[in-house]
Design a protein around this ligand. Structure first.
Ligand SMILES: [Zn+2]
Length: 303
C-alpha cells in the first residue's frame, strides 16, 4: 500500500475530529501484540505436548480429541495459564487505550485473553462477545453460570505430570456432574451469563447513542473467521453514516467494500508502529506549538 504518510495524517485527523470511537479487536490484534500461538512461545511452553502428541502450535491441542479428561485438562490448564494468567498487559493494547481515552469509546472484541481489561480499559466499556479464558462452564450448558478458573488452572498446572492432571483435579459440573468446558463459543452450548447480556446491552446503547454522529470505527486484526460480529457491521455502519470513518488495521485483508472507498483508511503495516506514528504526529505538533509559544515570549521580551 502506498501513501503511508497521507494515510497516517488522515487517520490522525479522523480520530481528532471524532466524538465517538468504537474499537473492534480480532485475532490479528493479539498476534500483533505478541500473543502468538506458534513459534518460540509454543516450543517454550509446550515442549512436552509437542513431543508426545506432535502438536505444531497451541491451537492444535485446544480442540484435539484427547483420550482422557486428565490429558485434555492438562493441556487446557497450561494453555489458559500461558495466554491468560502469565501474559501481562501488552504494549499494543495499552497504546490503543491512550489513543482513544479522551473520546467516548467502547470496545467489542472476539479475543478471549482479557488483554483490553489488563491494559486498563474499564470493564463496563468492553464486550468480549466470544467468551473468556478466565471462566469455565458446564460443557452441556445445563445452567447459566460461569466459574472463574484461576485457582483451578494454577492447581492443574502445578500438578501436571507426563501431560496429565490427577483425576481428582478434573473439573466437574457442580449441578449435573458432567464435564466442564472453557467458556468459548465453539459449539451450541456456549453459556451467555447475566454479565454477557449486560455487556451486550451497553454495546447496543453505545451504537444507538453514536448513530449518525462523528464516529471513528477502529478495527484491529479482524479477518473472515467471524466477519458478522465486527467486520461487516463496522462496514455497514460506516456506509450508513456520512460522518463516519473506518480505520482498518489488517495485514491480510485491508481492503473494504467499494461503497466505502472514500471512508476507509486501511493499514496493512505493523499495528503498533502505525499507532505510534499517528500519536507522534500529534505530539510533534504539540511540541511545535509549545516552541512557537516560547519563541514568541522570548521575542516579546527582547522587543
Ligand atoms: Zn452441568
Amino acid at each position: 500500500m502506498d501513501d503511508l504518510k497521507k494515510r497516517i495524517s488522515q487517520a490522525k485527523e479522523a480520530i481528532e475530529k471524532s466524538e465517538y470511537i468504537l474499537v473492534g479487536g480480532g485475532a490479528g490484534l493479539s498476534s500483533a501484540a505478541g500473543l502468538t500461538y506458534s513459534g518460540k512461545r509454543f516450543t517454550e511452553y509446550f515442549a512436552d505436548f509437542k513431543e508426545k502428541y506432535g502438536f505444531t502450535d497451541m491451537y492444535s491441542g485446544t480442540f484435539y480429541s484427547f483420550k482422557t479428561q486428565e490429558e485434555r485438562w492438562a493441556h487446557w490448564a497450561r494453555h489458559i495459564d500461558v495466554n491468560r494468567y502469565l501474559m501481562p498487559a501488552t504494549q499494543l493494547y495499552k497504546e490503543i487505550l491512550e489513543l482513544v481515552m479522551l473520546k467516548k469509546y467502547f470496545v467489542i472484541s472476539t479475543n478471549v485473553e482479557s488483554q483490553f481489561i489488563k491494559a486498563g480499559f474499564p470493564e463496563e466499556k468492553v464486550f468480549e462477545v466470544q467468551g473468556d479464558y478466565s471462566f469455565l462452564q458446564c460443557a452441556k450448558a445445563c445452567h447459566n453460570k460461569l466459574y472463574y478458573n484461576e485457582k483451578m488452572v494454577k492447581g492443574m498446572v502445578s500438578q501436571t505430570n507426563d501431560c496429565r492432571v490427577p483425576s481428582d483435579l478434573v473439573p466437574r459440573c457442580p449441578v449435573c456432574g458432567g464435564e466442564m468446558d472453557v467458556n468459548l463459543r465453539h459449539n451450541d452450548f456456549f453459556v451467555q451469563d447475566d454479565e454477557w447480556y449486560n455487556a451486550d446491552k451497553r454495546y447496543e446503547q453505545f451504537l444507538k447513542e453514536s448513530e449518525g454522529k462523528n464516529v471513528v470505527y477502529l478495527e484491529f486484526g479482524v479477518g473472515f473467521n467471524t466477519p458478522g460480529i465486527i467486520r461487516y457491521p463496522f462496514e455497514q455502519m460506516t456506509n450508513k453514516n456520512p460522518n463516519a470513518t473506518l480505520i482498518r488495521f489488517n495485514k491480510d485483508y485491508p481492503i473494504g467494500m467499494l461503497e466505502n472507498e472514500n471512508k476507509i483508511i486501511s493499514f496493512d503495516e505493523d499495528i503498533l508502529l502505525m499507532i505510534q506514528c499517528i500519536k507522534s504526529i500529534e505530539m510533534k505538533e504539540n511540541r511545535e506549538h509549545w516552541s512557537n509559544t516560547q519563541n514568541h515570549e522570548v521575542n516579546h521580551t527582547f522587543n
